[in-house]
Every structure is written in structure tokens, then in C-alpha cells.
Design a protein. Structure first.
Length: 94
């Protein structure tokens, strides 16, 4: 039996709906722009900061980054970023 919990995380985009699986992973489902139009670095950083010791999964799409995102160096708070086969981070040029 798989446990599925709905968690709402706030972000600068007005809310990021995520689903947590029983293995501790976080799946970014809604709230992040996946078309590479709206910068989502702040929302991604918030997911990283609020979900230590988890895997954060990014579904297919282009995630626009207007600033660096940082993962913790502390092994007690580390995260793993997992991108699906057709997901990518794109830096804002300029």
C-alpha cells in the first residue's frame, strides 16, 4: 500500500502544490512554470530549503532560473534533485 500525502508549500508564485511519496521524495506537480517563461529559482530554492534529506523530482519541462540555486553541504540536510528525461534547468541570459 502506498501512502500519498498532499502538501501545499508557499512560494513567490503564489503556492506550489507538491505530493510527497512514502519513500520521502517530493514531486513538483503544480505551481512551477514548466515552459521556461517565468523564473522559478525562488520556488525551487524554497523546496530545497523546506525538504531536507529528500529527493525532489522535476517532471518534463523547462525551469527558468534567474539566480543560482544552492543545495546544502551539510549531509544531515542534503537533497537530491531528480530531473525526468525531458526536464531541464535553463539560466536567464544576461
Amino acid at each position: 500500500m502506498k501512502l500519498l500525502t498532499i502538501v501545499v508549500l508557499s512560494s513567490f508564485l503564489g503556492g506550489c502544490l507538491t505530493r510527497t511519496m512514502n519513500h520521502g521524495g517530493v514531486l513538483v506537480a503544480d505551481g512551477l512554470d514548466r515552459n521556461g517563461v517565468v523564473p522559478c529559482a525562488d520556488a525551487i530554492q524554497r523546496l530545497i530549503d523546506e525538504n531536507p534529506n529528500r529527493e525532489i523530482h522535476f517532471p518534463d519541462g523547462t525551469y527558468l532560473l534567474d539566480k543560482p540555486i544552492c543545495t546544502p553541504a551539510d549531509p544531515k540536510r542534503s537533497v537530491a534533485l531528480r530531473l525526468s528525461a525531458f526536464a531541464k534547468f535553463k539560466a536567464v541570459s544576461g
